[in-house]
Every structure is written in structure tokens, then in C-alpha cells.
Design a protein around this ligand. Structure first.
Ligand code: ATP
Ligand code: MG
Length: 331
């Protein structure tokens, strides 16, 4: 049987190069070899303060972006999380399997909670359980994500194993797919932080929808390290990050990249990086503009129906196994 993929991104902002290089790029590459489910995880997006109108817009924008970067709706299932109520329902069941102490250890919760000390929602705390439900509902084999999701993925595995142990075989235990290169693209303004959609500093992220001027400006302002040599050196994180982006976008090997920049300065690196990025983004932005609202709705309707078929089967089984299904004593 064809193995299955599940992954998703939050409509919390605009897709950036980190999302693309760490995750979406692999979704596109893997879709022909796996039965793939790619979700716009809007239930996750309401765990932080949000504007309802903007969230609705960003949800559609993200779906459009999935298609524009090359996820083929004829091949993969693209859908919106809140269209498939099983995600929320399984979360309740898994809430009763997850332990407080496990969730208290989650570094993303600690990071995001720090940014909103006064109004940390229960949803933000519960985010990893919702993510586990997302994955487990599809009997997922492989979850292609960026490095920041490693801990959440481990929890999803632990919850599957625990549920199966306590109630009987129900969920497949998924494996992560975290790329060797590109799994953690750093902010251009602070190379100690990952590029993030919800970052307050707009200069840290290059967005897939940025126009040529903006791309140029952002790379120009990018923080660099001391020294002058342009080579892959992990002890110089800013330059390493810029080179990694260049390497992934151009497809040139690391030694070809180093040869290309030998004897050149940071200004050249930033200029060349802007040029290749602008060229890379042009067709994606063109495709975003071409997708009509009707086409988008058709894709999302079809995706919802396909996702629901699979998700409802797993939820039914989880209900049955944990004693939630209605059954007569004689049955
Ligand atoms: P937010 O700040 O709202 O959490 P985000 O930028 O982290 O947004 P997500 O929607 O949470 O984006 O994540 C979508 C996918 O992109 C995930 O697989 C995640 O691991 C990956 N990802 C996010 N940021 C990076 C990054 N800087 N480098 C590589 N992959 C990333
Ligand atoms: Mg994130």
C-alpha cells in the first residue's frame, strides 16, 4: 500500500523562505511517492491572538500558496483543518492520554507563552496534542517538517504508542522527515532565532510574496558576522544561513557555492542572493495570481471530502477502542 504523508502550516502570517525550504519544498518533492495530505492548520492559528477577518484571508492565501509552490491538487489532498471536525474531536480523546508534564516540557509553548505572558490560552498549551491528532487521524507514515517540530513529533509518536498500548492497536506510529539542509532557516536580522511567520520584525523573513525591491532590501539589511571569507562555517551563523539559502535555491553544491563567492565580499553575496531569490519567486507569485476563487473552493471542497473519509474512519476506531461508541451489553 502507498505510504501516507501528513503535514501542515499555520495561516498565522505569510509564508517565508524558511517554511518553503524546511517543509513545503519537501511536500512537493514527496507527493508523487506518497498519498499526501497537506492541511492549512487554522485551528492552530487561533492559539495566539488573531484578527478573525485576517485569519480567514490568510487561510485562503495559504491554500493558494500550497498550489503555487507545486502541490498538485490532483495528486495531493489539500484541505482546511476546521473543515474536518475529527481533528478537534480526536484532540479531546488524546487530551485524556497526554500528560500535563509532557506538555510543560514543550519548548515552542515556552517560547510563544513568553511573548504573551498576560493571555496564554489553554489552546496554546494544548497545541501539540492537536498536532498529534492531525497526524494520527491519517494513519500517517511520514511527517515532513522543519527542525522546530521535532519535539512535537516525538509527542505524537508517544501518544500513539500509549493509546495503542492501553486500548489496542489504533494508530500508526509516524516517522518524521526533517531535511539535512534547510530544516532551520534563521532570521535575517537575528541569526540566533529561526525565521518565523509570527515574528514581530518584518525584516527577519523573506516572504514568498515579497516584491523584488523588498527582497533586495531585506537581504541588504541582513546581519552578517565578523570576518570576510564566504564559506560554510557553522561558527559564523549569519553567513552560513545566507549561504544555505543560496545553496538550496540555486541547487548548486556547497563547494560550487564557495567557489562562486571566493574572493568576493558580503555585498556581492547579498546581491546575488537577492537576484536568485527574485527569479525563484517570480513564477510562484505568478501562479498565486492565476488561481481563481472558484478553483480554490473546488480544491478545498474536494480536499475536505477526501480528508474526512480517512479521518472519520480513524476517529470511529479510536472511539470504539476507548469505549466511546454506543454498544449494547449483548453485542
Ligand atoms: P509561527 O511563527 O506562526 O509558528 P512558522 O513560521 O513557525 O509560523 P508554521 O506554520 O508553524 O510556520 O510551520 C510550517 C512548517 O514550516 C513546519 O513544518 C515548520 O517546521 C516549518 N518551518 C517553520 N519555520 C522554519 C524555519 N525557519 N526553517 C525551516 N523550517 C521552518
Ligand atoms: Mg511554527
Amino acid at each position: 500500500m502507498t505510504k501516507r504523508i501528513f503535514s501542515g502550516a499555520q495561516p498565522t502570517g505569510n509564508v517565508h523562505l524558511g517554511n518553503y525550504l524546511g517543509a513545503l519544498r519537501n511536500w512537493v518533492a514527496l507527493q508523487h511517492d506518497y498519498d499526501s495530505f497537506y492541511c492549512i492548520v487554522n485551528l492552530h492559528a487561533i492559539t495566539i491572538p488573531h484578527d478573525p477577518k485576517l485569519l480567514a484571508e490568510k487561510t485562503r492565501d495559504l491554500a493558494r500558496m500550497y498550489v503555487a509552490v507545486g502541490i498538485d491538487p490532483q495528486v495531493s489532498t489539500i484541505f482546511i483543518q476546521s473543515d474536518v471536525s475529527e481533528h478537534a474531536e480526536l484532540t479531546w480523546v488524546l487530551n485524556c492520554v497526554a500528560r500535563m508534564s509532557e506538555l510543560e516540557r514543550m519548548t515552542q509553548f515556552k517560547d510563544k507563552a513568553r511573548k504573551q505572558q498576560e493571555n496564554i490560552t489553554v489552546g496554546l498549551f494544548d497545541y501539540p496534542v492537536l498536532m498529534a491528532s492531525d497526524i494520527l487521524l491519517y494513519q500517517t507514515d511520514l511527517v515532513p517538517v522543519g527542525d522546530d517540530q521535532r519535539q512535537h513529533l516525538e509527542l505524537a509518536r508517544d501518544l500513539a504508542i500509549r493509546f495503542n498500548r492501553d486500548y489496542g492497536e489504533t494508530f500508526k506510529v509516524p516517522d518524521g522527515y526533517i531535511p539535512k539542509v534547510g530544516a532551520r532557516i534563521m532570521s535575517l536580522s537575528d541569526p540566533s532565532k529561526k525565521m518565523s511567520k509570527s515574528d514581530d520584525d518584518p525584516n527577519g523573513c523573506v516572504l514568498l510574496m515579497d516584491d523584488a525591491d523588498t527582497v533586495q532590501k531585506k537581504f541588504k539589511r541582513a546581519v552578517t558576522d565578523s570576518g570576510t571569507e564566504i564559506r560554510f562555517d557553522e561558527s559564523r551563523p549569519a553567513i552560513h544561513n545566507l549561504l544555505e539559502i543560496y545553496h538550496l535555491i540555486t541547487g548548486k553544491s556547497t563547494s560550487e557555492v564557495e567557489d562562486h563567492f571566493a574572493g568576493k565580499g558580503y555585498a556581492q553575496l547579498k546581491g546575488d542572493l537577492a537576484d536568485v531569490t527574485i527569479e525563484f519567486l517570480r513564477p510562484i507569485q505568478q501562479r498565486v495570481r492565476e488561481i481563481t476563487e472558484d478553483r480554490l473552493d473546488a480544491i478545498l471542497d474536494q480536499g475536505r471530502d477526501k480528508a474526512k473519509q480517512v479521518a472519520s474512519q480513524t476517529l470511529n476506531r479510536a472511539f470504539q477502542m476507548s469505549g466511546l461508541a454506543r454498544k449494547r451489553a449483548a453485542d
